[in-house]
Design a protein around this ligand. Sequence first.
Ligand code: PMV
Length: 360
Amino acid sequence: MVHQEFLSRAASGPIAPGEVAWQAPSNIALVKYWGKREGQIPTNPSISFTLDACNTRTRLAYAPASPKAKGPVFRVFLDGEPAPGFEPKIRRFLDLALPYLPFLENLSLEIHTENSFPHSSGIASSASGMAALALCLVALEERLDPGADTAQSKRKASFLARLGSGSAARSVDGGLVFWGEHPGIAGSSDLYGIRYPGEVHPVFGTYHDTVLLVDKGQKPVSSTVGHGLMNGHPFASQRFNQARRHLDLLGPALASGDLAAFADLVESEALSLHAMMLTSSPSFILMKPDTLAIIEKIRGYREAGGQPVCFTLDAGANVHVLYPASAAGAVYGFIREALLEHCPGGQHICDRVGAGARRL
Ligand code: PMV
């Protein structure tokens, strides 16, 4: 299905060589997206914190392709080295993006990309990577159609990023980003992410996310396979309803700064995501014993000391520890003393809520 709103108005014709560059952040979902329909349409809406330190920087160099080539012709470089391993994924993405950026057909592209976090860290680079590339493509389109409106360009970047990786739709804007149609959220769409339009207590702008690297290995289940496991899953419809209910309950907690309610909802979401994998067919156990040990310690510490700290998980064993800046001294001390022993080499990444993508 072609979405008219995102078709290109850029004139076709010769394009002079040039380059554009963008940095896009990773994000961590608070209410999770797990399950999708044809065309990367989510089966439930989701919301995430945009991160800051974990990001991808992409430089896109473009030049006319030789007239015989059936474009887009492209090469990918990671940290300055050719990275042909990424080409099938980028090829699929460019093929999906082509109806919205038809001028790509006549171009030869070099995609130079760098992640601020190590490729093997267990942090997915697909959200930040696809968002950075989509932003570069939209910036290139803007050169060909200089009148484009900024808000529309941002929406189009999120729309295109989504075609590459669903959660990448949430890696364009900053703060809290909402993706997926939901009756209570004005302007929400299945097609792109928007900055969460509800009231947000300032405490959430100060949140830290310390990512504890429990296991840096390859994930046992890719996200494509993982989303597919929700087709025919015995708990699928309950799960999609639960996510919507959680979003309805999260709204008042975000508005009032109710950190206890926030912690309950965010932890429940993380465990529900893993519960779906534990109960799918085939089933996957993505937590490690150290993941559980960390979770138990976080809950014990919160209950004993009253610090507003909570955890969330991605589709893997690493733990994201979330806490406001006002608790950072105490919580980071606790992380160092009690949690890093569960991470090989004590490895962790200190991140926080960020302002969104930026042009380089
Ligand atoms: O963007 P994908 O297709 O890799 O899916 C990611 C899904 C989770 O990270 C597990 C949850 C989410 O909402 O980000």
